[in-house]
Design a protein around this ligand. Structure first.
Ligand code: GLV
Ligand code: MN
Ligand code: MN
Length: 419
């Protein structure tokens, strides 16, 4: 098979250009979904896709598609990821998959290679849950696996509701389903991504071939005690919502450690955000809100742990004479990726004699949603020290180039293959 070589300088240059948008202290990157910075990153992508001569389309939610047509209209092979980021994140979580897919598609276009099906490089809007608590927004809309009711508790720190942002784009309950893409128009979806964990580096492997993705259960816990004077209220008469929250946080850590082993599902649980009211030094907290994220590759373990956490929250509130509200943000099921695509990626690695590891993903990805409507595969590249969602997140440029080159080869194989 004739395989065109990517333009490494162009790939790294464009990745660097994206990472400058939203650059902050210590090299951190912040591009929260629908912020000015995140919007600018998608504008840059549209510009790069136009320069590459791709047919560009942006849907009502802001998902961006750059299409390389084939001689005939056939289901397309898609590849992509996201450009939004967490708060003070790194430069590669998402952009590697978006710019990598763009580089792969424009490399194939320039080579003049004729493929039997169209290719599309994609940027999904709002993969990160950092702003609204709601993850993989654009890919969920594309997969048609979301309703307006699912956004009920998706609110940002400033009180802006995701539902209101969407309605400002003309997306309402009535037309939400129109964003769903007909699965018949897609042959397969691939996502190149940094591993965001230590396994590849530890095992000295260059590529991860992903088998499954751990899905999160996410919910808010709101303890309602009583705000009161911090100097005059005796300890035994307090209803301190933050103290209740503190006990729950400790419990989450304990129960997840209990379920940490492989046979118990390797459950992980995190309280990544907390809001305290009134939030001043001289008042007892009357309200404490926690955002809880519980994940596992094993659905039953995740469900069990999430259930225990909720039960404990109710118990803590009862014992302390408080009210507690449990608000679901999103309940997801872990997904297995497609065996045929896993095998295509393996073959690509084997033919190039690239050492690879077959492994699950602990992080969430747009691939999780795409797998609901089309055969889906993921390629991981190593993360230095396994660090991600952190300004020091780093991947060796040579590894980014290798992953992108393997994506080119995998896309060509998938375009020809029976899937
Ligand atoms: C996405 O990075 C996630 O939160 O898994
Ligand atoms: Mn991320
Ligand atoms: Mn990501």
């Amino acid at each position: 098979m004739e395989i065109p070589e990517i333009n490494k300088d162009r790939l790294l240059h464009d990745l660097n250009a994206v990472s400058r948008i939203g650059l902050g202290e210590g090299g951190s990157v912040t591009r929260l979904v629908f912020s000015v910075h995140e919007l600018r990153s998608r504008q840059l992508l549209v510009h790069l896709m136009n320069l590459a001569g791709l047919d560009v389309r942006v849907d009502a939610a802001g998902n961006v598609f750059g299409r390389l047509p084939a001689g005939r209209d056939a289901p397309a092979v898609l590849a992509g990821s996201h450009l939004d980021s967490v708060v003070q994140g790194g430069r590669y979580d998402g952009p590697v998959g978006v710019i990598g897919a763009l580089e792969a598609v424009r490399t194939i276009k320039e080579s003049g290679l004729r493929l039997p099906v169209p290719l599309e490089s994609v940027c999904f809007v709002g993969e990160e849950s950092s702003r609204f608590g709601f993850a993989t927004l654009g890919s969920s809309l594309l997969a048609g696996d979301v309703t307006m009711d699912d956004f009920a508790n998706a609110v940002d720190a400033g009180g802006t509701r995701l539902e209101d942002v969407l309605s400002s784009f003309g997306i309402y309950r009535e037309n939400l389903a129109s964003l769903k893409r007909d699965p018949k128009t897609i042959k397969a979806y691939f996502e190149l991504h940094i591993e965001q964990g230590p396994v590849l580096e530890f095992k000295k492997k260059k590529i991860g071939v992903v088998t499954a993705i751990a899905a999160p259960s996410r919910f808010r816990v709101v303890f309602r005690g009583q705000a009161d004077h911090s100097g005059t209220t005796p300890m035994e008469m307090r209803k301190d919502a933050l103290v209740a929250a503190g006990y729950l946080i400790t419990y989450i850590d304990e129960v997840c450690r209990e379920y940490a082993s492989a046979d118990k599902g390797r459950v992980v649980g995190t309280v990544g955000a907390i809001k305290v009211e009134p939030g001043v030094i001289n008042a007892i907290p009357g309200r404490a809100e926690l955002q809880v994220d519980v994940r596992s590759i094993t659905a039953s373990s995740k469900r069990k742990v999430a259930g225990r956490i909720k039960q404990r929250a109710r118990q803590i509130a009862r014992e302390r004479g408080m009210k507690v509200e449990l608000l679901t943000i999103r309940e997801e099921e872990p997904v297995a990726l497609h065996p045929r695509l896993i095998s295509l990626i393996r073959t690509t690695c084997e033919e190039r004699a690239v050492p690879f590891e077959v492994m699950p993903s602990g992080a969430g990805h747009d691939a999780m949603q795409m797998a609901k409507i089309t055969p889906t595969g993921m390629i991981f590249i190593p993360s230095v020290n396994g660090v991600s969602h952190n300004p020091t997140e780093w991947t060796d440029p040579e590894d980014i180039c290798l992953g992108t080159q393997l994506l080119v080869e995998t896309l060509i194989r998938a375009a020809h293959a029976e899937i």
